[in-house]
Design a protein around this ligand. Structure first.
Ligand SMILES: Cc1cc2nc3c(=O)[nH]c(=O)nc-3n(C[C@H](O)[C@H](O)[C@H](O)COP(=O)(O)OP(=O)(O)OC[C@H]3O[C@@H](n4cnc5c(N)ncnc54)[C@H](O)[C@@H]3O)c2cc1C
Length: 363
């Protein structure tokens, strides 16, 4: 049955689950926010030091990448989300939008967490409306640099995982202007902190503080006050500025470019949907085992009562159905075939909504 339900990277998953038995990953419900953040950082570091996956797998072996990020969700969701922001959103964006030199510059150091990354897409005033973001990146031909500016508080990067305490770099989504012409949303790898963790000049960061959950993740708000980054900070696989200061792109329009710029969110959706299904599996495993060993009113087990079964078994059936649907999605997703991008987008968006809503009801 487990072979039927888990179809990829079984040996690797077994090694990971073995590793997660380390006492470092034991739950502790008595920690404050600061302690939760510290232990989450420790857990992410220990996990990544095992090198179960590389960030380059995001493009080269997507199912191995997903397996490496799914398994820790069984142990601690903060660990999985903090690592997900670093490896999937930031690392994956560099892996998919960067040129070979940019990948060589960042990915190996991100694999070891020497360089911790975050993902600056959302702004206080622009959440769902990513196309409407207002962070600016203007090209200065005199110095061959981009100047990254937050024009006002509404355009500050908001709720950015890893920004409050840990990230050294940020994949900043900004509106690019070259020689007075707007070229739409592009991504710039922008340093936030030096190696010792000090926030760099021109960058302001405020901690978003305690949340209702995921308190191991340090979310923060970021402003850029005319921060200068070199020409190669722009991830330029689908649009960049050449030596002469001319903007070039293989794609015909800002709208077409926007589609590829936000492509990194797809893997996040796949992982969040799978995480929701996995949470249902955990909850139902506990509830079903309990139902079939807990006697009540004599020898009868609570699982023998029809009303109790009716609460658990439909949820179990739905969990199987969602797990199989995830496999269907992953079978297409792993191909990384641009021609099937719409199918992956529809399946991942629909399944993320369906699985996360259902998880709330089941748990
Ligand atoms: C824990 C956490 C971690 C996060 N980490 C990061 C991060 O690392 N990096 C990052 O960039 N962002 C991050 N975010 C921000 C996240 O990406 C945004 O919250 C998300 O994009 C939604 O934006 P919003 O919160 O501004 O909601 P809004 O866009 O204001 O939406 C609010 C509600 O209105 C609905 N709505 C909006 N527009 C429409 C429409 N056109 N049609 C129908 N309904 C609509 C939405 O469904 C939603 O229910 C994080 C958020 C959270 C909660």
């Amino acid at each position: 049955m487990s072979d039927f339900l888990v179809r990829d990277n079984r040996e690797m998953r077994a090694r990971i689950f073995d590793f997660l038995k380390d006492p470092l990953y034991e739950p502790n419900y008595y920690m404050g926010v600061r302690e939760q953040r510290a232990v989450t950082t420790q857990r992410v570091k220990a996990y990544m030091s095992q090198r179960f996956y590389d960030i380059a797998d995001y493009v080269e072996d997507p199912l191995r990448f997903c397996a490496g990020l799914e398994c820790p969700m069984f142990a601690d969701f903060s660990t999985a989300v903090k690592m997900g922001v670093h490896a999937t959103l930031c690392g994956g964006t560099i892996a998919s939008l960067g040129n070979p030199a940019q990948k060589a510059k960042y990915l190996a150091r991100m694999d070891t967490l020497e360089l911790a990354g975050c993902f600056g897409m959302t702004e206080l005033g622009h959440g769902s409306n990513v196309m409407g973001i207002r962070t600016r990146a203007e090209y200065d031909p005199a110095t061959r640099e981009f100047v990254i500016t937050t024009p006002d508080d509404d355009a500050s990067k908001y709720f950015i995982g890893g920004a409050a305490e840990t990230a050294h770099i940020c994949c900043v989504f900004a509106q690019l202007t070259v020689a007075g012409r707007d070229q739409g949303v592009h991504v710039f790898v922008t340093p936030l902190r030096d190696a010792s963790g000090r926030v760099l000049p021109g960058v302001r960061i405020q901690d978003n503080g305690a949340k209702m959950g995921l308190n191991g993740v340090d979310n923060g708000q970021i402003w850029f006050d005319g921060v200068r980054v070199p020409r190669d900070a722009l991830l330029d696989k689908y649009g960049g500025v050449d030596e002469a200061g001319t903007y070039r792109s293989p794609l015909p329009s800002a709208t077409a470019r926007f589609g590829v710029m936000v492509g990194g969110l797809t893997t996040g959706r796949v992982l969040l949907a799978q995480g929701a299904v996995d949470a249902m599996k955990i909850g139902l495993t506990i509830a079903l085992r309990y139902a079939f060993c807990r006697p009540q009113f004599g020898d009868a087990l609570i699982g023998d009562y029809v009303t109790h079964r009716r609460r658990l078994l439909p949820a179990l059936a739905e969990t199987y159905a969602l797990q199989l649907a995830m496999q269907r999605l992953k079978a297409v997703y792993k191909l990384r075939d641009m021609k099937r991008g719409k199918e992956v987008h529809l399946l991942s968006s629909g399944l993320k909504a369906a699985a996360t809503w259902r998880r709330v009801q089941v748990l």
